[in-house]
Design a protein around this ligand. Sequence first.
Ligand code: PGA
Length: 257
Amino acid sequence: MKVLIFETAEAAEYAVAEIVASEVSTRPETVLGLATGGTMLPVYARLCALRSEGLSFAKVTSFNLDEYVGLSSQHPESYHSYMREVLFDHIDILPENCHLPKGDAADVRAECLAYEDKILAHGGIDLQLLGIGRNGHIGFNEPSSSLGSLTRVKTLTESTRQANAPYFTDQEAPKYAITMGIRTILNARTCVLLATSAAKAQAVAQAVEGPLSAICPASALQMHAKTTVVLDRSAAAELRHRDYYGQVHPHGAVHAL
Ligand code: PGA
């Protein structure tokens, strides 16, 4: 696991956008796994800016981690809408190449299986972006999620629903979501997890240095051969070995050996 610690959130966000941009420019047909949430907003804003500077997403395929059960793709609080608003409508990615689970599918279980098949049919995910919940979730894999799980429906915890509640003005935050599983995420060739702010410090410490455990689903990334964890100083605050990570990658710098 590469742990890159930046002084500020802006620097961490910029670094993640650069990782994605470099992937897209070196492999235009890459398959990206995308995440939602507040943490990713500056990353997507930077990618939109890079599009105006000439970066093309015309051959990129994307798969999002999750979607709320019961919300249509047009629902303003759906992740379909989030992705259109903050990224897809501002870059040249083809709509038919953007995949998210359908939250309003008549048969959600069949939708989960079909989503998993679709990822495989595209040759798997090359670069998976991840946020982390305060409870250690990745995607909507809440604590106690099977480390071997594939795309399926998960019941959201009360803390996750509370974290999402401010986004839902006209209704309660949904109770269920379709999410890629932990196994689905671990199947990605590369994972990049971004966490900023002190609110994430404990979850980050458990994920990076805690025991491998379903109670902190992000700890499953310890099993992944090519994961980069990108942090600002506040999100790194609870790491016992942060001095070491800083020695290996001073100020987040990655040096080829
Ligand atoms: P956030 O969500 O970026 O809004 O904090 C991250 C997550 O829950 O995975």
